[in-house]
Design a protein around this ligand. Structure first.
Ligand SMILES: *Cc1c(COP(=O)(O)O)cnc(C)c1O
Length: 388
């Protein structure tokens, strides 16, 4: 009997080692890992640069309070602002905390400029923003929220891609619109660039803020945060998952203007951005920002997409739709996704489900084309099993 609280429906397997794209189970089996800790081990397992970063920093200094200057954190923040829309960064340990921070910054902004009545956030059906009480009721997923009332107020939800409903939901109390550029848990649903642009215009016109939840999209589209192709600039952005390459690290990115309310004492975190975490974050950036890295991700991503499309064309009774961009991909299935995931696992490919009967495919960005083809072959094999 496990002593772990029963919140996870766990697969009956554990791993003793990870190397690159592969995980090794206790009984010695080798698995291709396209779960990647749910889009988190962005550079695979045991990347030598990350190992070195954590070893070096661990000998010097693990943790000091945010009451003191943390040079590794300063450096990571400087780089994140240099390469994004943001001017200011607040570090967290998780995506949920980055979402909480985003909401707080938005509300505090309007409080600071003398419009405290603007404190409500518009969100979208199918969203996932984390498991804190506010993040839960922001996303308003019925099964996640059930039993955790009273409801945290301050969120107005509209259906995904319903422009009229969105316009109607905006009123004098609206502070912000919060959206994932690609709904992850919701089933790898991409918000098209023109919609992101429309959202931004709507925000500007109504003097409200745009919060992007890039916790899952970060790096995987072949750009830093995941919305750059749309050319829009949000006011606030939450990141986590990939930024720590497997180490718990997240951040809120914000513009200078939006950050005016966040003065000393208004927010804080004990662990967020400590020397160990920030060092790993810097090592992740060293790699993803190196010359040609994202171009390579896009190249491999377009191969991946084409091959997935071929699978869909060859197995139209099994695969309904190929979703996502580059290394954040999903397959909407016509067969039961839970069963499909089990079958893939029998053939030593690990993937994770999402809503709308989808499976999510999160190969590490360091995967070779050859490794991608290994996974694709396993998907093909499983599709063939259904045919027989
Ligand atoms: C995973 C996720 C979160 C929550 O992140 P945690 O690190 O689990 O707290 C929030 N938003 C999105 C889009 C996510 O994918």
């Amino acid at each position: 009997m496990t002593s772990i609280l029963g919140t996870y429906a766990r697969k009956d397997i554990s791993f003793k080692k990870g190397k690159g794209t592969y995980l090794y189970s206790e009984n010695g089996d080798k698995y291709l890992d396209w779960v990647c800790g749910i889009a988190t081990n962005i550079l695979g397992h045991g990347h030598p640069r990350l190992v070195k970063a954590i070893q070096n920093q661990s000998k010097k200094l693990w943790h000091v309070s945010n009451a003191f200057i943390i040079p590794e954190q300063e450096k990571l923040a400087k780089r994140l602002t240099n390469f994004t829309f943001a001017d200011k960064v607040f570090f967290t340990n998780s995506g949920t905390e980055a979402i909480e921070g985003s909401i707080k910054i938005a509300r505090k902004y309007f409080h600071k400029i003398g419009k405290p009545e603007k404190n409500r956030i518009i969100t979208f059906e199918g969203a996932f923003h984390g498991r804190s009480l506010a993040a839960l009721f922001a996303a308003n997923n019925k099964s996640h929220c059930e039993g955790f009332g009273p409801k945290v107020d301050g969120f107005d939800q509209v259906s995904f891609a319903n422009h009229e409903a969105l316009k109607k939901a905006i009123n004098e109390n609206t502070a912000a619109i919060m959206v994932e550029p690609i709904q992850g848990e919701g089933g790898i649903k991409v918000v098209p660039d023109y919609c992101l642009q429309g959202l931004k215009e709507l925000c500007d016109k109504n003097n409200i803020l745009l919060i992007l939840d890039c916790v899952q999209t970060i790096f995987r589209t072949g750009s830093l945060l995941g919305f750059e192709k749309s050319k829009i600039s949000p006011d606030i952005c939450a990141i986590a998952k990939g930024i720590g390459g497997g180490f718990p690290l997240g951040a809120v990115l914000a513009t200078e203007k939006t950050s005016v309310g966040m003065t000393p004492g208004t927010h804080g975190s004990t662990f967020g951005g400590n020397p160990l975490g920030a060092s790993v974050g810097n090592a992740v950036l060293d790699i993803v920002l190196s010359k040609g890295f994202f171009n390579n991700v896009k190249k491999k991503g377009s191969y991946f997409h084409e091959e997935l499309k071929k699978l869909k064309d060859n197995f139209p009774k099994i695969i309904e739709e190929v979703r996502g961009i580059n290394f954040i991909k999903g397959l909407k299935l016509k067969v039961d996704s839970t069963e499909f995931v089990s079958k893939l696992m029998k053939h030593k490919l690990l993937v994770v489900k999402a809503s709308e009967n989808c499976i999510r495919l999160f190969p590490p960005l360091t995967s070779t084309t050859k490794e991608l083809s290994v996974g694709l072959k396993i998907i093909k094999k499983v599709c063939q099993e259904y045919k027989n």
